[in-house]
Write a protein that binds this ligand. Structure first.
Ligand SMILES: O=C(O)[C@@H](CO)OP(=O)(O)O
Length: 239
């Protein structure tokens, strides 16, 4: 939607997931939303409706916590009918061999500093999954169309940016330039990677940049997609 020469996009990190709640490294593990996560998604949709938002099309990942959040948001907005595009390129950052481990236990074992580097640094990837690990994405039917050589076994934020950014530039940005309002429901780190580019956050400052679950983050752009401002529709805690 183009209002007063202002081009807009809405980003939402999925609502609280089962593994957000149990504090486990999640990445590409396809965990469900919790009851609280579903409530967060509905609250986001109701707030967007209340604020008069209409979305022309929506984008999400291949992971159910994002897809279900999108549907709960659109349901509240009475806009379940809009076109939606799913891509593995919007998936969460792949957490490699850390997936499934408890974050507090891992910090006790390897130290807080090391875990902070794995979680928030720009260019350090966690230890990779072995390619014969049953959790390797090449063994999952949903990625059957993706060449195994491009499927990750672990990703740094930089690696995530390298897959998310071309998707943004080729599949999403052209719609915004045409004046369409887009809704992107994705993940803490795939959205951090995108925000790093859009807001031109340095690799030093991205370490402290967090996105809370289930709260609409609105971007307003000029016609050439320079950010005018960005803000949360309301304030909420970070999960
Ligand atoms: O576990 C994950 O995949 C992510 C997002 O929940 O966690 P972190 O906060 O470590 O980026």
């Amino acid at each position: 939607m183009k209002k007063d020469n202002c081009y807009k996009a809405v980003f939402i990190r999925h609502g609280q997931s089962e593994w957000n709640k149990t504090n486990q490294f999640t990445g590409w593990t396809d965990v469900d939303l919790t009851e609280e996560g579903r409530a967060e998604a509905k609250k986001a949709g109701a707030a967007l409706k209340q604020a008069g938002y209409h979305c022309d099309l929506a984008f999400t990942s291949y992971l159910q916590r994002a897809i279900k959040t999108l549907h709960l948001v659109l349901g509240e907005m009475d806009q379940l009918w809009i076109p939606e595009h799913k891509s593995w390129k919007l998936n969460e950052r792949h957490y490699g061999a850390l997936q499934g481990l408890n974050k507090t236990d891992t910090a006790r074992k390897y130290g807080e500093e090391q875990v902070k580097v794995w979680r928030r640094s720009y260019d350090v990837a966690p230890p990779p999954l072995a390619t014969d690990d049953p959790r390797f994405p090449g063994r999952d039917l949903r990625y059957a169309q993706v060449p195994p050589s491009v499927l990750p076994a672990a990703e740094s934020l930089r690696d995530t940016e390298m897959r998310v950014l071309p998707y943004w530039q080729e599949q999403v940005a052209p719609w915004i330039r045409q004046g369409k309002q887009v809704l992107i429901v994705a993940h803490g780190n795939s959205l951090r990677a995108l925000a790093k580019h859009i807001k031109q956050i340095s690799k030093e400052d991205i370490v402290d940049f967090e996105i809370p679950t289930g709260v609409p983050l609105i971007f307003e752009f000029t016609a050439d997609l320079t950010v005018i401002r960005d803000y949360y529709l309301y304030q909420e805690k970070t999960t």
